[in-house]
Ligand binder design. Structure first.
Ligand SMILES: Nc1ncnc2c1ncn2[C@@H]1O[C@H](COP(=O)(O)OP(=O)(O)O)[C@@H](O)[C@H]1O
Ligand SMILES: [Mg+2]
Length: 344
């Protein structure tokens, strides 16, 4: 049983695996198990080694009842706690068991993120829904015969409904961008043309806010491998933010420039700056801005019809293009969102 073949098979397994006999002594362990428990685990009693009730019960199931036992095993190492799926499988020939440990922490982390995300969405949708229901109630009762109030409430209701539609649209586009994040875009796209088109689309909003765009370098070709629609969406999101948070009657500076060698991408790149003259962003917020639903000022974002998803979408689009997003801001002077794309 402790022959060469067994040992070779153990060593070929990527998971930590221990082989124990009917008195729970560790007969053999592979390298991943040695990394987990140390070389001194060889010959030790598995009960002393593992010492977690559920795990011991699972081992008993294998050794006493000849049945597979499963349990969660939590290992505290230098880099924190790791949760393993522990399995004890009976070995008939020696009355012992094979013990294996499958790292579940990555899976459990993404489960957690998924649950958080769903909780966030529910919360985000509940707010406008509550307000809509409140206004419906008011329209039925107190505002029933007040045409002026009715008009005002209907306007708010329309804004809220529109914000909900935008949220659903943003969620869909976020999931679409995430879905093909691993697929490298292949088309050759001219960033300058993309910017001209994004600016043209926003003409109405720019006019309403009395904001001007000062653009540099958007008349010469700036070719990158890209996805045209996604790039347009990226710049729409950035410029819309600059309009919303940069303040009325100001200027937004859009600049395209070639970078001979980007230090992080380690290659030639095109860099597009969208810079506003707003009040700027406190540095403590910068690392979290691209998180879904992260807003510096909830009320202000909601008032402006924001969803808190714009920059998360931007980040994913930049990632898909193997580029990087750099955000700098000086309080009282303005913020600059730079999207940097590999030139080939
Ligand atoms: N140009 C900017 N200046 C100041 N704050 C900004 C700017 N762009 C984004 N932000 C902040 O980042 C947050 C997240 O932006 P975003 O994901 O686009 O969501 P939204 O615009 O829907 O609120 C905004 O709520 C705002 O607080
Ligand atoms: Mg936005």
């Amino acid at each position: 049983m402790e022959g060469e073949l067994t040992r070779d098979i153990l060593m070929g397994l990527p998971l930590p695996v221990l082989l124990i006999d009917s008195s729970y002594s560790v007969l053999a362990l592979n390298d991943p198990a040695r990394e987990l428990f140390g070389a001194e685990a060889q010959g030790m009693n598995a009960v002393t080694l593992l010492r977690q009730a559920a795990v011991l019960a699972a081992m008993d199931a294998a050794i006493r009842d000849g049945q597979d036992g499963n349990a969660r095993f939590i290992h505290s190492g230098i880099s924190g706690e790791i949760t393993y799926m522990f399995r004890a499988h009976p070995v008939a020939s020696n009355g012992g068991a094979v013990l294996s440990f499958e790292d579940r922490s990555l899976f459990e982390d993404s489960e957690l993120i998924r649950r958080d995300f769903i909780a966030n969405i529910s919360h985000e949708l509940r707010t406008p829904l509550t307000s809509l229901r409140g206004f419906i109630e008011t329209l039925r009762t107190t505002a029933r015969d007040d045409p002026e109030a009715r008009e005002r409430f209907l306007q708010i209701m329309e804004d809220e409904a529109q914000r909900m539609s935008r949220m659903v649209a943003d969620l869909l586009s976020l999931s679409r961008v995430e879905a093909d994040e691993r697929v490298r875009p292949r088309d050759e796209v001219d960033l300058a043309a993309v910017l001209r088109s994004a600016i043209a689309t926003l003409e109405g909003k720019l006019k309403n806010a009395n904001v001007k765009i000062a653009a540099t370098g958007i008349n010469d070709e700036a070719l990158v491998p890209g996805d045209r629609d996604q790039l347009i969406q990226l710049f729409l999101n950035l410029i819309e933010n600059a309009i919303k948070y940069g303040g009325s009657d100001r200027t937004i500076h859009v600049e395209v420039q070639k970078v001979p060698r980007d230090p992080t991408l380690r290659k030639a790149a095109w860099r597009v700056d969208v810079r506003d003259e707003g009040e700027g962003i406190d540095p403590i917020h910068l690392p979290r801005l691209t998180e879904r639903f992260y807003r510096i000022d909830d009320d202000r974002s909601r008032q402006k019809g924001g969803t808190g998803l714009g920059l998360a979408i931007v980040k994913h689009i930049v990632n898909r293009h193997r580029g990087r997003l750099k955000i700098t801001s000086e309080q009282g002077i303005g913020s600059c969102f730079s999207s940097i794309f590999p030139a080939e």
